[in-house]
Design a protein around this ligand. Structure first.
Ligand SMILES: *Cc1c(COP(=O)(O)O)cnc(C)c1O
Length: 363
């Protein structure tokens, strides 16, 4: 019975070219879809920390190295305090559901990461989704809202489009309507701004205007996990109330140590960011004839006409040892190749990709 239902679903997904399958990464392909923007995921360190934390943070799983990493992250993002979470997904679920409840309202950009929407749903707050970066609609929603607590949430860099939130205007609205502002900067941290401090640094925002900042460690920082940055009061409140922080095994100490090293490396080796932006500009200069979405970040999406075309492009590139992911609904509204650039690509690598894109998309 259940099998029949599920098989029907799978069959439909196949017919619509929406079926997902995992492909094995044997490190032999030339990859243009990772989020390892600074090339830090393959660093080799002598690590001397415990692998497992052995318990939750509030039991006996909280180690010295966690404390050290939280301080280093707070110093990096210029916030008073940070709190480690096991993943970005869990951070977003935990933070939103801890802060918001039935009588509150969440205002979320439609193209924000899935975990932000899931966190809002879990919180039971009233959820308003505004069209991507449409702050006029957002303002109307805020104006009409009679909810006591209001929380505006947006990605800093949009993960599937590569464009930025309009932070200065979001800050203005947050002040005008006395709403809290939460920015998930998973793809901005380590990458944007004079010192890689992310979208806030790019816009030169005042940290006090963005009440909650989310960062992930599995992207530019090349390890795994996430953190929340905010005031001392916010972090203490989350330690008491964020269920995905409390009821789970603490962050692996060995990953905390590796992250601490990668955070230092990211700051010391500024050539990584410089090389990344050289690569982004080089790629853009060679692809002006292709339907790329406008983006100045490492995320350079190439629009496809259909789901099938996106899959075929992925397959064609794969046959040429190139790995670019085909992103389709329901992850995004329109099918695309999500091309990402990193500091470890060479101009020759990019030329090779562009040649194969030209072959596939030639009119
Ligand atoms: C990747 C991502 C997350 C999830 O982070 P994980 O650590 O991979 O769970 C959350 N938000 C955004 C915007 C992301 O891009």
């Amino acid at each position: 019975m259940i099998t029949n239902d599920l098989e029907t679903f799978l069959q439909q997904r196949k017919e619509q070219h929406l079926y997902r399958s995992r492909q094995i990464n044997d490190n032999k392909q030339l990859i243009f879809c990772s989020n390892d923007y600074l090339g830090l995921s393959s660093q080799n360190y002598q690590l001397n920390q415990q692998i497992g934390s052995s318990a939750a943070h509030l039991v006996c799983g909280h180690h010295d190295i966690h404390h050290e990493l939280e301080l280093a992250l707070a110093n990096f993002v210029r916030y008073k305090k940070t709190l480690l979470f096991s993943t970005g997904y869990m951070a977003n679920l935990g933070v939103i559901s801890a802060l918001m409840g039935r009588n509150d309202a969440v205002f979320l950009d439609k193209l924000s990461h899935a975990s932000l929407g899931d966190g809002a749903i879990l919180s039971r707050a009233k959820l308003f989704r505004y069209p991507h970066n449409d702050l006029q609609v957002l303002e109307n929603q805020l104006k009409k809202s009679t909810s006591k607590r209001k929380l505006i949430i947006s990605d800093g860099v949009f993960s599937m489009d590569g464009d930025l939130a309009k932070l200065p205007q979001l800050i203005e609205l947050s002040k005008k309507y006395q709403a809290w502002l939460m920015i998930d900067d998973a793809h901005g941290l380590g990458v944007l701004g004079e010192n890689g401090r992310g979208t806030l640094e790019y816009y030169q925002c005042n940290q006090e205007d963005i009440h909650i900042l989310i960062g992930t460690l599995g992207k530019a920082f090349g390890t795994f996990g996430a953190f929340v940055a905010g005031s001392e009061t916010l972090i203490e409140y989350l330690i008491q109330t964020a269920r995905s922080y409390i009821y789970t095994t603490a962050f692996p100490p060995i990953i905390a140590q590796a992250t601490l090293y990668n955070l230092e490396t990211a700051q010391k080796e500024s050539w990584r960011r410089e090389k990344l932006f050289k690569n982004i500009n080089y790629f853009k200069s060679k692809t002006q004839h292709l339907p790329l979405m406008p983006s100045d970040t490492p995320i350079q999406p190439l629009l496809c006409k259909t789901n099938e075309q996106a899959l075929n492009a992925n397959k064609y590139l794969k046959e040429n040892n190139l790995w670019v992911s085909a992103i389709r609904p329901p992850t995004v509204p329109t099918p695309r190749l999500r091309i990402t650039l990193t500091a470890t690509h060479s101009f020759e690598n990019i030329d090779f990709l562009v040649n194969k894109l030209n072959d596939f998309f030639k009119p």
